[in-house]
Design a protein around this ligand. Structure first.
Ligand code: GUN
Length: 291
C-alpha cells in the first residue's frame, strides 16, 4: 500500500484565506483589526524562525502583529510586567510567549499570567481545564491543526482507535483530549510504554509527537492507518554534501508511507497548520472580546 499524502501546506493556505476574509469583514463592518502580540526571549535560532514566520503570516492575514523581543537576561518580574501590559492593551487580542524560556524563568508562572481570553496558545491552566471538561476554550494550535486534518480526511472520527505517542502539555495531552472529544478510543503512549509497537499497531490513527527523528517506523503501523507526524527535527544529511542538514519528522516517512493509508509529510504537514490555527485562534479571541 502507498499512503495518500495529507497536504497540510495546502489546507493551511485555505484556512489562512478564510481567516483573512473574516478579518477583512471585521475591519470593513466594525472597524476592528485583530492584534497578536508575540514575545520572544533570547536568541534561540529555531524560535527566531518561528516568530518571524508567525509575524509575517499575521500581517498577510490582515491582522496587526506586535513583536516584543527581549534579551535572555530579562528578569521574571520584567517579563511578568510585559505580560500584564499586553493583558491590559485593548489592541492586543492574542498573546503568545514563545517557549522555551531561559532556565531562570518559571514558564508556568508566565503562561498563567496571560489573560486566559488572550491565551491563543491554549496553555493557561484555565484553558487546559476547559478543554478537559469539554467547555469552550482556547485550543492549542498544533493539536487543533492535527484534528482539522483528521476531520477533513475521515469525516467522522467516532469509534476509531487513536494512539498519541508523546505526553507533552503542548501536544500529546491536548491532542488526546481533542480525539476523545471526537469520540475516539484514545491511548497515550510514551517513553515508558511497554511494547510500544504493539500499542501503535492497533491504532487507526497514530499521532507522533515525541521529538525523536524518525522513531516511528513502518512496522509500528497497522496497514491502512492514518499517520500524523508532529515532529520537526533537523538532522545531518551528508548525502547532500558536507555540513548539510535536512528536516525529518518523528516518523520514518518512506517505511510508514508503505504501510499507512494516509500520512502527513515533513515539512508541509502539521507545521503550516499550527500557524494557521494560531491566526484562527487570534481571530476567535478578537471576536469573543468584541461580543
Ligand atoms: N515553542 C514550540 N512550539 C510552541 C508553541 O506552539 N507555542 C509557544 N508559545 N511556544 C512554542
Amino acid at each position: 500500500m502507498t499512503a495518500s499524502i495529507i497536504d497540510g501546506k495546502g489546507f493551511a493556505a485555505k484556512v489562512r484565506g478564510e481567516v483573512g476574509r473574516h478579518v477583512k469583514r471585521l475591519k470593513d463592518e466594525h472597524g476592528i483589526t485583530p492584534g497578536l502580540a508575540v514575545v520572544l526571549v533570547g536568541e534561540d535560532p529555531a524560535s527566531q524562525v518561528y516568530v518571524r514566520s508567525k509575524g509575517k503570516q499575521t500581517v498577510e492575514a490582515g491582522m496587526n502583529s506586535y513583536e516584543h523581543k527581549r534579551d535572555a537576561s530579562i528578569s521574571q518580574e520584567e517579563l511578568l510586567a510585559l505580560v500584564e501590559q499586553l493583558n491590559g492593551d485593548p489592541a492586543v487580542h492574542g498573546i503568545l510567549v514563545q517557549l522555551p524560556l531561559p532556565d531562570h524563568i518559571d514558564e508556568d508562572l508566565v503562561i498563567n499570567a496571560i489573560d486566559p481570553a488572550k491565551d491563543v496558545d491554549g496553555f493557561h491552566i484555565s484553558n487546559v481545564g476547559l478543554l478537559g471538561t469539554g467547555q469552550e476554550s482556547m485550543v492549542p494550535c498544533t493539536p487543533l491543526g492535527c484534528l482539522m486534518m483528521l476531520r477533513d480526511f475521515h469525516g467522522s472520527l467516532s469509534g476509531m482507535n487513536a494512539v498519541v505517542v508523546g505526553r507533552s502539555n503542548i501536544v500529546g495531552k491536548p491532542m488526546a483530549q481533542l480525539l476523545l472529544g471526537d469520540s475516539c478510543t484514545v491511548t497515550i503512549a510514551h517513553s515508558r510504554t511497554k511494547d510500544i509497537k504493539e500499542v501503535t499497531r492497533r491504532a487507526d490513527i497514530v499521532v507522533a509527537a515525541v521529538g525523536r527523528p524518525e522513531m516511528v517506523t513502518g512496522d509500528w503501523i497497522k496497514p491502512g492507518a492514518t499517520v500524523i507526524d508532529v515532529g520537526i527535527n533537523r538532522i545531518d544529511a551528508p548525502e547532500k554534501g558536507e555540513g548539510k542538514t535536512r528536516l525529518v519528522g518523528d516518523c520514518h516517512f518512506d517505511s510508514c508511507a508503505e504501510v499507512a493509508g494516509a500520512i502527513t509529510p515533513v515539512p508541509g504537514g502539521v507545521g503550516p497548520m499550527t500557524i494557521a490555527c494560531l491566526l484562527a485562534n487570534t481571530l476567535t479571541a478578537c471576536c469573543r472580546a468584541n461580543g
